[in-house]
Design a protein around this ligand. Sequence first.
Ligand code: PMP
Length: 434
Amino acid sequence: MNRDEILLAQKEFLFPAVFHYYAEPLVVTHARDQYVWDANGRQYLDFFAGILTVSVGHGNEFVNGRIHEQVDRLVHISTLYATEPQVALAKKMASITPGGALRKSFFTNSGTEANEMAIMAARCYTGASEIVALRYSYHGRTSQAMAATGQYNWRLPGAALPGVVHAHNAYCYRCPFQLTYPSCDVACARNLEETILTTTSGRIAGFIAEPIQGAGGFITPPKEYFQIVSGIVKRHGGIFISDEVQTGWGRTGDKWFGIEHYGVTPDVITSAKGLANGMPIGLTVAKPEVADAVKGVTLSTFGGNPVATTAAKAVLDYIEEKDLRTNAAVTGEYLRQQLEDLARKHSLIGDVRGMGLMQGVELVLDRKTKQPAAKETNLIMEAAKEEGLLIGKGGLFGNLLRIAPPLNIGKSDIDEFARMLDGAFTRCTAMTAV
Ligand code: PMP
């Protein structure tokens, strides 16, 4: 099929809810390392990595080599049988979770399913049912995961399941209490107590949060936030679920998991996306007592699939071998400097935030009023594409540029990125001035 035939078929045969970026949708035909190519043969620098999923580069030779071997050996048999790839990955997982405390894994096929399992495990373990999630969060697209999601635009009709309440997040740029860190004394975290006392039975099953909120706009809490919150959750009988679908696997620099930057050991970690460099996988890894509380039997046909778990183990080995957690910290710092330079140059940029190779740029019409610049964000996305650069978008107001390249990029890629993004801002300013 050529480009036009692909787009026509998409329109006719897919649910229209499957949306894409760009007024003229980009038809991607192939990719290698940090580059992708469209149906016209044009090359783009990929600084969104398939939504933070191509963690070690497109078509990574090391990972693909292991995948090819496994495809020829065993593709599928289901969890009714034991296989080496699944247990090898679970064993590795137990050795890298914070403090080695989370030791038992359950594999599925997506972040959504990973969170479903975590919430179910919290309910089994505590005997309580209420879940506290955060405003601006994104946890997936099943009924339960959508109910936990804290943004109206990702909640389809029917998502308002009972049993989930939403506490304040630490959106410092738009503080819900109009305070300023650190003199605020992290009031948003302390407010969780009141949320639990006024909107739940007082005894909760668990608290689920992303260490840095992804779709919500790379919202990055101050360092005390999760310590305060986890203490309150514990006092009310709940367990702490860290949704690391976007923040896992070294993305935030130096550590395997985003929550480790906050000095808190969660009871459950969920992940997906970057774990298998694009092969579908979901992970729920828990403290043994939580995993053991899920009594009876449950099954995910494709969960623990030999090819997906082989890919995931290869990704972890590659990240370790190439020291990519350090690379994410070092190149992430350099990326941050480039973005702050751009912020000095372009007044549309209101805030730059994030950690490691997960950096967000919030666009506003006016730095004082902070009115979200949603239309301009779309223009920047289009202009970046014209420059040959792919980046992501997000935020409740659709005014956040999400920058998250593969973890194995170098400084020269960031220089190329910064030049193109600068060009996109200049084009956009010229367009809006006309
Ligand atoms: N949690 C977070 C933090 C996510 O970003 C996502 C996906 N954007 C999910 C859960 C759901 O993952 P999936 O799309 O694989 O179901």
